[in-house]
Design a protein around this ligand. Structure first.
Ligand SMILES: C[S@@+](CC[C@H](N)C(=O)[O-])C[C@H]1O[C@@H](n2cnc3c(N)ncnc32)[C@H](O)[C@@H]1O
Length: 202
């Protein structure tokens, strides 16, 4: 089993209890760099896996595959955690790794544990309130939209479709006992709870 664990923005006190628990219990912990290794140090002696910042796709792919091979071998035997700065699903090294593992190692169970991302960390640290729609970009094309307060999910999906979005997820009361996650567009309801999100992907 392979778990991508968010370690938060860099403050050792901003790891979640769940992250700490998984780091302690894992048979092997990998990290992409020294900052992550230091954050993990109180709970595990993590190994750094280097991920080069190069543009040559072939070299990059072979490097990813090599790392994936090593991780897959360990993940077949026990629990492997991959700890990284921020959140594992936002602009993260783990997303690349996940793609390679999913392509070559279908038998390996994969999951992620959220971490406090640089986006919410920035707001807290700089006292910047965001209470209207906003854009997060790394300069690439906008491919996703997250719609909060999705009390009328079906209508939101129709509007997003008109904007060119093609895949949708409806998520309600996440991480609670009443959690609902709907991935089939046809099953997305007319009405949602206040604690609901629609995710759209182009
Ligand atoms: C590859 S992305 C990783 C994002 C990370 N997964 C997250 O959820 O925040 C790296 C970028 O995140 C931002 N970042 C991450 N940690 C940060 C921090 N502590 N302070 C400021 N920016 C940070 C910077 O813009 C950096 O270039």
């Amino acid at each position: 089993m392979l778990i991508g664990v968010g370690l938060g923005p860099g403050d050792p006190e901003l790891l979640t209890l769940k992250a700490v628990d998984i780091l302690k219990k894992s048979d092997k912990v990998y990290v992409p760099g020294q900052l992550a290794k230091d954050l993990v140090a109180p709970y595990s002696d993590a190994e750094i896996l280097e991920f080069p910042m190069i543009k040559d796709i072939e070299t990059l792919n072979s490097h990813w595959k090599e790392s994936a091979d090593r991780i897959a071998e360990e993940a077949r035997k026990g629990t492997v955690a991959f700890g990284l700065i921020g959140d594992p699903n936002f602009f993260s090294t783990f997303s690349h790794l996940k793609k390679v593992i999913q392509k070559h190692y279908l038998d390996i169970e994969l999951s992620t544990v959220p971490g406090i991302s640089s986006i919410t960390s920035f707001a807290a640290r700089t006292d910047s309130t965001i209470d209207r729609s906003f854009e997060v970009s790394d300069g690439s094309e906008i491919m996703y939209k997250i719609n909060l307060k999705a009390t009328q999910p079906k209508k939101i999906v129709e509007n997003l479709e008109a904007e060119g979005y093609k895949k949708f997820i409806f998520a309600e009361r996440l991480f609670s006992d009443n959690e609902v996650i709907i991935r089939r567009k046809e099953e997305i309801p007319e009405k949602g709870n206040y604690f609901s999100i629609i995710y759209g992907k182009k």
